[in-house]
Ligand binder design. Structure first.
Ligand code: NAP
Length: 280
């Protein structure tokens, strides 16, 4: 079987256009503040990308690129200010922060209703409870891709490789709420290949190039590759050995062009939803 490559770029473009049209109707525009501490070039590219998305969707945006030596107090003061501003609906702080700053304290400082990146523990709590809330962008993007391609998780066996707080755990929980039977794998999983072979839907977010080979995939499985790695030529790639896995799978997300663009669109959607909840 040759898998259908799931087109995240096309879906993201459509979602952003839909958000743009809805934002156009709003008397007051949604606002997003992106905060970056330090000079990491990759993070700067990320911040520029978010600004571009905001412009496209008609969302007002501000970027704060703070020096590496910013103190915890200074960062908390900024978050406090942004929390209180009516024109800012979403606050995205780029994690991890430099070592002298406490990630958890900063995450707790972001008002949950402005937590568009879902880093506050309350955001995770709402997902576990299945209550309406902002949802972390990457797992939400995966759910959108599945629904776009008519893939219903109900009753399916879903294997999630990775248990990070921002990707693997919320992904597993969101699949559970969609009535999948979920297995979560990690570095201490004894038989990763065997677990993966049982998956109707295999979602991998390990960040390990070459981890998922063709023999680990059931014929006809859906393979969602969240990971972003570099191959030996410096090109972006996922966890799956694409050609091998695409031979067995029914659907597969390419890297790049699969989950990544939809994740970006979900940040725009979260900002829009936060603004709606703020009465805009
Ligand atoms: P992370 O915090 O490093 O978590 C990686 C998880 O994978 C951990 O739970 C780890 O297990 C597990 N893992 C690592 N190697 C494994 C192996 N050999 N076998 C089984 N499990 C293994 O990373 P993350 O933040 O979740 O991100 C994961 C990947 O997704 C990265 O490549 C990242 O760049 C990518 N990502 C992409 C997007 C997007 O929009 N496309 C967004 C976010 C992240 P332990 O818990 O046992 O260590």
């Amino acid at each position: 079987m040759a898998a259908v490559a799931m087109d995240g770029k096309a879906l993201a473009a459509r979602l952003k256009e839909e958000i743009r049209q809805q934002v156009e109707q709003m008397p007051v525009k949604p606002g997003l503040a992106v905060v970056l501490v330090g000079e990491d070039p990759a993070s700067r590219v990320y911040v520029r990308g978010r600004k571009k998305d905001c412009t496209l969707c008609g969302i007002y945006s501000e970027e704060y690129i703070l020096p590496q030596e910013t103190s915890q107090e200074e960062l908390l003061d900024l978050i406090d200010l942004l929390n209180g501003r009516e024109d800012i609906d979403g606050i995205l702080v780029q994690f991890p922060l430099p070592d002298h700053l406490d990630n958890r304290v900063v995450q707790l400082a972001i008002r949950p209703d402005k937590d568009v990146d879902c880093v506050h523990p309350a955001s995770m709590g709402y997902i576990v409870l299945g209550e309406e809330s902002l949802r972390p962008c990457t797992p939400s993007g995966v759910m959108r891709l599945l629904s776009e391609y008519g893939i219903d998780p109900t009753g399916k066996h879903c294997v999630v490789v990775g248990r990070s707080n921002i990707v693997g755990k919320p992904q597993a929980m969101m699949m559970l709420w969609e009535d999948a039977t979920v297995t979560v794998c990690h570095t201490k999983t004894v038989d990763l290949a065997g677990e993966c072979r049982r998956a109707d839907i295999l979602i991998t977010a390990a960040g390990q190039r070459g981890l998922i080979t063709g023999d680990m995939v059931k014929e006809g499985a859906v393979v969602i590759d969240i990971a972003v790695n570099r191959d030996e030529n410096g090109q972006l790639c996922g966890d799956a050995v694409y050609d091998q896995v695409a031979e067995k799978a029914s659907y597969i997300t390419p890297v790049p062009g699969g989950v990544g663009p939809v994740t970006r669109a979900m940040l725009m959607e979260n900002t829009f939803l936060a603004a709606r909840r703020h009465g805009k």
